[in-house]
Design a protein around this ligand. Structure first.
Ligand SMILES: [Zn+2]
Length: 504
């Protein structure tokens, strides 16, 4: 009933060239790269837009959250996972959780593979979509091979990740994580039609589920882990000739809003020595922020600069506001760049004529996110098997993803694969069949690796539960698990780690 239209039989790509067969595979499974590629592009019929070439797949996407095409692909996804024997649950934000039972029949939360099926209005075919199609392909591969994980595994389709139609990105993983109040998310209005809310669209399509959108064990849908495969959306992997990015966290950023105050003056009659020119000062400040960030290997960007609407060619402006977005993987570097910028701005403010004054506010402070060491170790192990260290690299995500929110409540990490020229949020976004397949195989191997690790960790937990001294217990298990998890593991906070992963 929800079958795709079968338009893309001609999609047979060079996907068969995918060649992990020569490498040792821990799971013994091999994903079907043709099926992955065809399924991805067949389902992109729902929402295809912005044709740029002759081939059937030469289009972008406009599958905005909870529009009719998004509802269609959701129904198709629900039917496909149920065909595989998964149970499907939908929460109050329309997040879809497909769950496949593991051998242990454990009631413990499942190991999830998650991403999103919604796109930007001029988006591509891979951002988010690849993560869901890869997860489905992993389940299909396991099913047809009769392979069962120990713990339950599954897929999550997070609602409104893009925040393009209802303006809040990573919206429903944010609600799930407790970072965004559900009422605020439900009340989000369609940017083109304010009479439509996110909640009214959930209701219209039958996706207002009855499970709380929460990681709470009693009322919500907690997860045992969260793995996300995503295109890199940047140029680092291709520039370094790497095929798998092992993503260990998301970078820190701060957004400042600067207001520079000067004085209106006639450009012809006011000598330089008598001027207070905020636009000249702002220009110097923006250039200085760039130089300072560069010295720290950080990024400082100005996206908005405003002069009064009544500015004119022959008048020096009275006031200028501009934004400053500072980013680096480490919070301390972001703070250092900010401090140096503000110091430099003070000097610049005095530099020309009679000088200017400036003020600033902090609009957003988003500290660095560190993903779970054991999840990262599982992805690294998968990358080592599939491509080796020379073809993978540890990375920090420059953009936000649902995994940033899930990492607040369950062990999480991400896999990046290259996309052509780093182009994303654009119709020509492209990830090759080989890279799609390699990322999907890495996702499978990482999940299988983590599942085994979890059995070992739980086994050790049960073995030592009789030991009464919880302090001895905690440090023993911590040491054991650190040594067994990964040589690269650098778990920073044993107390926190024990609490979340070993015992109450
Ligand atoms: Zn995405």
């Amino acid at each position: 009933m929800y079958g795709t239209k079968g338009v893309t039989r001609a999609l047979h790509s060079n996907a068969r060239q995918f060649s992990t067969a020569t490498r040792l595979q821990a799971s013994g499974l091999k994903i079907n790269s043709d099926r992955l590629w065809n399924t991805l592009h067949e389902t992109c019929e729902w929402g295809a837009a912005h044709r740029y070439g002759e081939k059937p797949t030469d289009t972008g996407m406009a599958r905005l959250t909870l529009n009719d095409d998004d509802a269609r692909v959701r129904r198709w996804f629900g039917a496909e996972v149920q065909k595989l024997g998964c149970t499907l649950s939908v929460d109050q934000m329309g997040n879809m959780f497909a769950r496949q039972p593991g051998r242990l029949n454990s009631a413990a939360p499942m190991i999830a593979m998650g991403s999103h099926l919604d796109t930007q209005p001029r988006g591509g075919r891979y951002d988010g979509i690849l993560g869901i199609m890869a997860a489905l392909e992993v389940l299909r591969t396991m099913k047809e091979s009769g392979f069962q994980t120990n713990y339950d595994v599954g897929v999550v389709n997070w609602t409104n990740e893009e925040g393009a139609r209802f303006p809040k990105s990573m919206c429903s993983s944010g609600v799930w994580a407790g970072a965004i109040p559900i009422q605020q998310a439900w009340d989000l209005r369609d940017i083109h039609d304010p009479s439509v809310t996110l909640r009214s669209e959930l209701e219209r399509h039958g996706y207002l589920g009855d499970i709380a959108c929460s990681s709470d064990l009693a009322t919500g849908y907690p997860l045992g882990a969260h793995f996300e495969l995503h295109i890199e959306q940047g140029p680092i992997l291709p520039e370094n000739n790497r095929s798998i990015g092992v993503v260990r966290g998301a970078q820190s950023y701060r957004w400042l809003n600067m207001t520079v105050q000067g004085q209106d003056a006639h450009t012809g009659t006011t000598p330089l020595s008598a001027r207070r020119d905020p636009l000249l000062a702002s220009s110097r400040m923006i250039a200085a922020s760039h130089d300072i960030a560069k010295r720290h290997d950080a990024l400082a960007s100005t996206g908005i600069i405003r002069v009064p609407s009544n500015a004119s060619t022959n008048t020096i402006s009275s006031q200028v506001t501009f934004t400053l977005d500072i980013r680096h993987p480490q919070d301390s570097v972001v703070h250092a760049v900010q401090d140096e910028c503000l110091k430099a701005f003070e000097a610049i403010a005095l530099q020309d004529g009679k000088g200017v004054s400036f003020d600033w506010t902090l609009d957003t402070d988003s500290p660095a996110v560190k993903f779970d060491d054991n999840c990262v170790a599982s992805i690294q192990a998968a990358a080592d098997q599939l491509v080796g260290r020379e073809k993978s690299m540890l990375m920090t995500s420059g953009a936000g993803h649902d995994t940033v929110y899930t990492s607040q409540h369950c062990p999480s990490a991400m896999i990046f694969v290259p996309c052509r020229d780093g182009v994303s949020h654009h119709p020509t976004e492209y990830c090759s069949p080989q890279d799609c397949a390699m990322g999907t195989q890495a996702l499978l191997e990482a999940v299988v690796h983590y599942d085994k690790f979890r059995v070992e960790a739980e086994g050790q937990k049960n073995k030592y539960t009789e030991i009464e001294n919880s302090k001895i217990f905690g440090s023993y298990i911590y040491t054991k698990l650190c040594t067994s998890a990964s040589a690269d593991s650098d778990i920073e906070d044993p107390a926190k780690w024990n609490k979340e992963n070993v015992g109450p």
